[in-house]
Design a protein around this ligand. Structure first.
Ligand SMILES: [Zn+2]
Length: 460
């Protein structure tokens, strides 16, 4: 039962079509964004929403000097980036995270960890990481992969739930690493090669030593040989023949430029600056740490007093001391202060609370609920490799409607393991699901709170 939304085939054909250029430019590899169901404007909408959340949940450097520096360096690179006529808003942020990573959200929202600045031996290496990230934005790899994932789903899919709404942005980001991070920021090896090649061109055109592209990644790989690879590689798998492909592109560009820039006094000054920043703990939310647990401890227990929520097609009550992290026509996310955390690799994720979502498009009858639930769980498992079912689906009732209750174990974004309690219910226009999440040790408290929420559910 494929989703009704048609695949815009003409875009595929256009994307495959090569185009001719002048004699000088004809040498370099021509790269264009692939098949994409989303418009560049949607990239920006989804990216902006995710960036707002990232800023709220990630520990930021809060160093005007570091932010100004990455912005200036980023703009120098985007001046030489081919975007096929799209004007991206480009924002650059320094994140106070010592892991070696950087990420760029669709639409041009770029986050550079202090760890990446500290690991770079010169400005060209940092420029290489950023040029690689900018190329993912220009080639629209995030939503391209979401497009391919959606097309591959021959039935009810989580992507329908995420992207089925107007922009899908709110739910997309609230689900955090549980789903969205796994789709938008985990690239294929072929996307990696493209980002390397385009990044090499950008470095070359911006006057940097283009060899830095392969050098930096190779250095990281050598240093980590076998154990604790930098976080960067969890989202950006190393493509085969990386050095050879970069060198090949440098040849096409006409060789290493004579006065290629490798370092600057500004880079060295900013590197010293970020090295002095206090170290921020992982898994500790930034903006709401004050009223959450002290020093990253657990958030306050769910209040027994409940308040009302009116969603589309459903109403319920949730603990008074929970906030609504976001909602759209397909769902909402609730949790305590401190419930949304940085999972340590740049993705905001729900560690404590409840997510409501729906998989729309086709009615699910009670007999199909089991298979639709399995599909939802296997979709989630794709981006959560350590997720395992601990209790198979059992029949329950939700507001007198037949529902299924399934328990899973997964990595908690704050560290350790979490329990996920998923309740699915058939609706005339699809399937609605509720995911109750808390670290294993604290799950009993949340089972009670979520149980009270489930008892209050009323479908309209
Ligand atoms: Zn990459």
């Amino acid at each position: 039962m494929p989703r009704s939304r048609g695949v815009p085939r003409f875009i595929l054909i256009l994307a495959l079509g090569a185009f001719a250029c002048g004699p000088a430019a004809a040498q370099r590899t021509q790269l264009k964004p692939g098949w994409n169901m989303f418009s560049p404007t949607q990239d920006m909408q989804v990216g902006k929403q995710a960036a707002t959340d990232a800023e709220r949940t990630l520990p930021m450097c809060n160093s005007p000097k570091a932010d100004a520096y990455v912005t200036q360096l980023g703009k120098r690179l985007t001046d030489h980036l081919t975007t096929n006529g799209v004007q991206y808003p480009w924002e650059f942020h320094c994140v106070n995270d010592r892991s070696i990573n950087a990420f760029a959200l669709p639409g041009g929202y770029v986050f550079v960890n202090r760890g990446a600045i500290e690991a770079a031996d010169n400005e060209a290496e940092l420029a290489a990481v950023m040029a690689h990230e900018l190329s993912h934005v220009a080639l629209r790899h995030g939503t391209n992969q979401a497009t391919k994932a959606q097309a591959a789903q021959a039935g009810v899919g989580i992507f329908g739930a995420i992207f089925g709404g107007s922009t899908g942005g709110a739910l997309l980001t609230q689900l955090g690493s549980f789903t969205a991070g796994g789709v938008l920021l985990k690239y294929s090896r072929s996307a990696e090669t493209q980002a390397d090649v385009m990044g090499t061109q950008v470095l070359y055109d911006s006057g940097y030593d283009p060899r830095a592209m392969a050098q930096f990644f190779e250095k990281l790989e050598q240093e980590s040989k076998g154990k604790n690879p930098p976080e960067f590689f969890s989202d950006h798998p190393s493509p085969d023949h990386r050095v050879e492909r970069v060198n090949e592109e440098i040849e096409k560009l006409g060789g290493i430029p004579a006065n290629a820039r490798r370092d600057s006094p500004e880079f060295e000054a900013v590197k010293r600056e970020v090295m002095k920043l206090p170290v921020a703990k992982k898994g500790v939310p930034r903006a709401d740490a004050s009223s959450g647990g002290k020093d990253g401890g657990p958030p306050p227990a769910p209040s027994e007093k409940m308040v009302d929520y009116e969603g589309s097609g459903v109403s319920l009550k949730y603990p008074e001391n929970w906030k609504q992290f976001g909602s759209d026509e397909n769902g909402a996310t609730f949790g305590p202060q401190g419930g949304l955390v940085n999972d340590g690799s740049g993705h905001p994720a729900l560690a404590y609370g409840l997510t409501i979502g729906s998989v729309m498009g086709k009615g699910v009858n009670a007999g199909e609920l089991g298979s639709a639930t399995q599909e939802l769980i296997s979709d989630l498992a794709k981006s959560n490799p350590n997720m395992k079912t601990t209790r198979e689906a059992q029949n329950v009732k939700l507001n007198e409607k037949p529902a299924l209750s399934t328990y899973l174990i997964n990595d908690s974004p704050g560290g350790g393991k979490e329990t996920d309690w998923i309740v699915t219910v058939a609706r005339p226009d699809g399937m609605m699901y509720f995911v109750c999440t808390a670290p294993q040790g604290e799950f009993e408290t949340y089972r009670k709170a979520c149980g009270a929420v489930f008892d209050s559910v009323r479908f309209r």
